[in-house]
Structures are given as structure tokens and as C-alpha cells.
Design a protein around this ligand. Structure first.
Ligand SMILES: C[S@@+](CC[C@H](N)C(=O)[O-])C[C@H]1O[C@@H](n2cnc3c(N)ncnc32)[C@H](O)[C@@H]1O
Length: 231
């Protein structure tokens, strides 16, 4: 599905989010707070728009995604950013060693991964002790705007997607995946269950999107990984 939407992906995002996508990316980059010389994993990076924003800090950004089509568009679109490395990778079995990254981040990707909790365990594994995670994802908006927002997703977004996107059914899936995605508190619980501490979140655009942060404790040891891996 993502291979099929890759070509017009960023334009469609801008239109369907009524320009908010850019604000959400700025907030995510600030939350990651990348520094020159750091190694950062941007998982489910798609066309690398969020990766490019992180890379402008001087950090080395690994933009990993499952879809070769998205990666191909990303390599072209971000060709002028030297410190992004695109890698085709599955978030549920990352091809990286333990404790490799100063920070890991995922924007609008966790919801799309078949087993998001497995991906969180993998993100925990590849983060250095003391390193940080930032998740930017659709969430549960505050009650006064919730019905209007779901009405937009169900009735306005599909015809709008018909005009701007190359794959309309993909945007029916978007509504279903947002509606069934856990709320802010539940996702914070998943982060803690994966091993992250100091977990916090804040709403963007009245909770249409939430930004979750956490830290891998300095004392995290390989023993915290699932027993199966240790045999
Ligand atoms: C909605 S896009 C988000 C792209 C980008 N992060 C952004 O903010 O524009 C979701 C991405 O998740 C990727 N994805 C889905 N399942 C994945 C998996 N198991 N491992 C890695 N990436 C995955 C898709 O290929 C797609 O590029």
C-alpha cells in the first residue's frame, strides 16, 4: 500500500492535514533535540521528510522503512542532505545492533506496524542506555472536537484524497487505523512496558496528534530483553 502512495505522499499529507503536518514535524524535531555527531534512527521514515528535518542539526540520521517505494522517493527527495542514510528495514526485526542510537523516533508509523509493541521492544533494544525515544502519532482528540474530527475523516477526507492521492483506498484505511488506535495513556503504558522510563506525552492540535517521549534507563542491561533472544 505504501509503495503505491509514495509518489504523491508528502503533497497529500499537506492537503489532508490542512497544513498541520509541517507544525507536527517541527514539534517532533524539537522534542528529539538532535545534536551534531549523534546517531538517530527515524523508523518508518517514509520519504524522509522528518529525517531531513532531524539531519539539519548535523546528526547522522538513519531513515529506515519497510517500503522500497517510499525509500526510493525519499532518496531522490532528500538527495541534497548528505547525513541521511536510507535503509529498507522491518521495524519488528531491526537490522541494527544493541545500544546503537542516541535517539530513536517514529512519526505516523507505529500505528501502521502490524505488531507495534514488538517494534517498541526493538526500538528499546537499539537505543543506547540514557538515549531517548520520541513518538509522533495520531491520537484521541479532546471531546469537544472529537465528533467533528471523525466526521472530517469519514466524509471529507476520502473525496479530498481522490483529488490529491494516487491511491484512494489507502485513505479509507487511514480513518480505520486512527479510530482503532489506542489513546495517549495507553500508548504511554506500552512505552513503559517496553522498558522506557520518564515517559511523558503532550497533545498537538487538541490531541489529534500526541507526542510521546521516554528514556532508556542508564542501567538497562541485555537481561531486560525477551528470554528467547538470550539462548
Ligand atoms: C504514514 S507513513 C509515515 C512516514 C513518515 N514517518 C512521515 O511522517 O511522513 C507510515 C510508514 O510506515 C512504514 N511501515 C509500515 N510498516 C512498517 C514496518 N513493519 N517497518 C518499517 N516501516 C513500516 C510504511 O512503509 C510507511 O512509509
Amino acid at each position: 500500500m505504501f509503495d503505491q502512495v509514495a509518489a504523491g505522499y508528502d503533497r497529500t499529507n499537506t492537503v489532508l492535514s490542512v497544513g498541520n503536518a509541517t507544525l507536527w514535524r517541527v514539534a517532533t524535531t524539537r522534542a528529539v533535540a538532535p545534536r551534531p555527531g549523534e546517531r538517530i534512527l527515524d523508523l518508518a521514515a517514509g520519504t524522509g521528510t522528518s529525517s531531513a528535518s532531524l539531519a539539519r542539526s548535523g546528526a547522522h540520521v538513519v531513515a529506515a522503512d519497510f517500503s522500497p517505494g517510499m525509500i526510493e522517493v525519499g532518496r531522490k527527495q532528500q538527495a541534497d542532505v548528505p547525513n541521511i542514510e536510507f535503509v529498507v528495514a522491518d521495524g519488528m526485526a531491526l537490522p541494527f545492533g544493541d545500544d546503537e542510537f542516541d535517539a530513536v523516533t517514529i512519526s505516523f508509523g507505529l500505528r501502521n506496524i502490524v505488531e507495534p509493541q514488538t517494534a517498541l521492544a526493538e526500538l528499546f533494544r537499539v537505543t543506547k542506555p540514557g538515549g531517548r525515544i520520541v513518538i509522533c502519532e495520531f491520537s484521541k482528540p479532546i471531546a469537544p472536537i472529537r465528533s467533528a474530527y471523525y466526521w472530517y475523516l469519514k466524509h471529507i477526507m476520502p473525496p479530498l484524497a481522490k483529488v490529491v492521492s494516487s491511491n484512494v483506498p489507502a485513505y479509507d484505511y487511514l480513518f480505520e487505523s486512527i479510530e482503532s488506535w489506542p489513546d495517549q495513556k495507553t500508548l504511554a503504558g506500552w512505552l513503559r512496558a517496553a522498558g522506557f522510563t520518564d515517559v511523558k506525552y503532550r497533545d498537538l492540535s487538541a490531541g489529534i496528534v500526541a507526542l510521546h517521549k521516554g528514556t532508556k534507563p542508564l542501567a538497562a542491561r541485555p537481561a531486560e530483553r525477551p528470554a528467547a533472544e538470550e539462548k
